[in-house]
Design a binder for this molecule. Sequence first.
Ligand SMILES: NC(=O)c1ccc[n+]([C@@H]2O[C@H](COP(=O)([O-])OP(=O)(O)OC[C@H]3O[C@@H](n4cnc5c(N)ncnc54)[C@H](OP(=O)(O)O)[C@@H]3O)[C@@H](O)[C@H]2O)c1
Length: 299
Amino acid sequence: MTYLIVGATGRVASHLTRQLLASGKPLRLLVRNADKARTLFADTLASAKGIAPEIIEGAFDDPVTLARAFDGANVAFLALGTSPEQVVLEQGLVDAAAKARLPHLVRLSVLGAHPNTIYEIGRRHGVLDDHLKASGLPYTVLRPAYFSSNLLLGAPSIAARGEWAGSAPTGRVALIDTRDVAEAAAVVMLRHEPRNETIELSGPESLSFAQMAERLGAILGRPIRYVAMEPHEIRQVRAALGLPAWRIDIGAGIDNAMEAGLNDRLTSGMQRLTGRPGRKLDEFIADHRLAFEPAASVS
Ligand SMILES: NC(=O)c1ccc[n+]([C@@H]2O[C@H](COP(=O)([O-])OP(=O)(O)OC[C@H]3O[C@@H](n4cnc5c(N)ncnc54)[C@H](OP(=O)(O)O)[C@@H]3O)[C@@H](O)[C@H]2O)c1
């Protein structure tokens, strides 16, 4: 049995990799930087049952690399980071998996994905999920809500000034911990049984950004504020931070979708797959507390 993890150094995929390594599964990792993967998983490997993973380093659009990665793999997990190339890269990966007759592809999508939805990321995943279904590959699509780890993007500002900004003043979000997404993905990969299904994953509570700020404040012991700005203002703030135009557009679309309530939905997928609800936001904040503390911003 060979478990392939594409982009194993990613946020969700790195948790998944650690979980499968710790349970002694034979892993193959397809990464664009092998040194990063070795560093990231050194601790787990040292303490785990110890089958060292096979690491394949290469570009995700190189046919030779992809053929090597999928050769003999029984199940693969696919989650690529957001970039202008994401759709082309993921379509190529799905096509390479279909050519290799991969028995099961588990793909990370997003809650509310649809080719005609109101924001770019949701549309992108709608197109990619449709591409996977049309490929004929046995599949599982996981559609998680907004990640609690997105709060880390605001951590420098929270640490320095006790606030972070966005343009979703009232929308609620059923945010989920990436560790839970990885646990759900591990269950799907380990059950060796593609059911050609789409599973929605949320956390156990739906919160507005102002409520997230309250949770942060209660745990950090100082007031934390979510500064709700007009869409054009937050664009200027993000441009001043040096973000490229495409990323500013993506961020504006996500704020717009969260304000419209696209991720304001509690789902049963996490409980069904893992037998427990997802972690509450408080647990995420407590576990990442240092990132939000003032000392973390000095560097
Ligand atoms: N953020 C959210 O709230 C949220 C919610 C639901 C769904 N999602 C979806 O989850 C997916 C991302 O998952 P994640 O956050 O776990 O991924 P991630 O950490 O951003 O990245 C996953 C992998 O993609 C690679 N990668 C990033 N940019 C690339 C590029 N331009 N070319 C080739 N490889 C690239 C990364 O490589 P390196 O490690 O080498 O950089 C990493 O191995 C996206 O499709 C996103 O839409 C996100």
